[in-house]
Design a protein around this ligand. Structure first.
Ligand code: ZN
Ligand code: ZN
Length: 231
């Protein structure tokens, strides 16, 4: 099942539709139309199985006439065509544990399809696929994000608010002279799972102004000349 990035990180509840086989509600699983008489299957004499071949080469199969039930109705149920079973989507509420990742599996006991021949239901095994997030990427318990700073912030230094996976904000100190692409680590702000917590890595992208008006361009040229920046 696909789950949002936030749900995978923090955990939460998600409802999914699971296809299951159930007794037909019209005939309660008998396969007979209302008022129809039910008689022993003439094909298998009520055994529910038929054997092809002979001796040790014999192969036993469910009886094709009664579908293994051993009984046949005089008129089949219209809802299930005499099958006695219908396929239905069942809503299952899933509690997603915090910290799951793509490929993580959980097993919900007894939430699977019914067993053959009226046996107990099986388990429902779910494999998660985590939807990508617009801000965070994930590497195990660590998360990474990219923030944008302007040229002045990179050159002179700044303090920048950065969102965490908890939806909180931490203040990141960008020191003077920060190079584009530099990664900062915010310790302990990654994904928490089973008492362990990863880190948040913040990559800095420096935005260069794409246009300057004439006075600003002139001032920048003067600055470049004074700083010895050849261009
Ligand atoms: Zn039916
Ligand atoms: Zn039969």
């Amino acid at each position: 099942m696909e789950i949002p990035f936030r749900t995978a990180v923090r955990g939460g509840k998600v409802t999914i539709q699971v296809p299951v086989t159930e007794d037909c509600p019209s005939c309660r699983g008998s396969g007979a139309a209302p008022g129809a008489t039910v008689t022993t299957c003439p094909e298998c004499q009520g055994k529910g199985t038929v054997t092809f071949g002979a001796g040790s080469f014999g192969v036993t199969r469910p009886c094709p006439m009664c579908g293994g039930k051993g009984k046949v109705p005089s008129e089949p149920c219209a809802t299930c065509a005499g099958n006695g079973q219908v396929r239905r989507q069942r809503a299952v509420n899933v509690t997603v544990p915090a910290g799951v990742d793509t490929g993580s599996k959980i097993r919900l006991a007894g939430q699977g399809d019914r067993g053959a021949g009226g046996g107990p239901p099986g388990d429902l095994v779910l494999t998660f696929r985590v939807e990508p997030d617009s801000f965070f990427t994930r590497d195990g318990l660590d998360v990474e994000c990219t923030i944008h700073v302007n040229l002045a912030q990179a050159v002179l230094g700044s303090k920048v608010k950065v969102r965490t996976v908890d939806g909180q904000f931490v203040v990141l100190k960008v020191p003077p002279g920060t190079q584009p692409g530099r990664r900062f680590r915010i310790k302990g702000m990654g994904v928490e799972k089973s008492g362990r917590r990863g880190d948040q890595f913040v990559k800095v992208q420096v935005d260069v102004p794409d246009t300057l008006d004439e006075p600003a361009r002139k001032e920048f040229e003067e600055f470049a000349a004074a700083a010895g920046m050849r261009h």
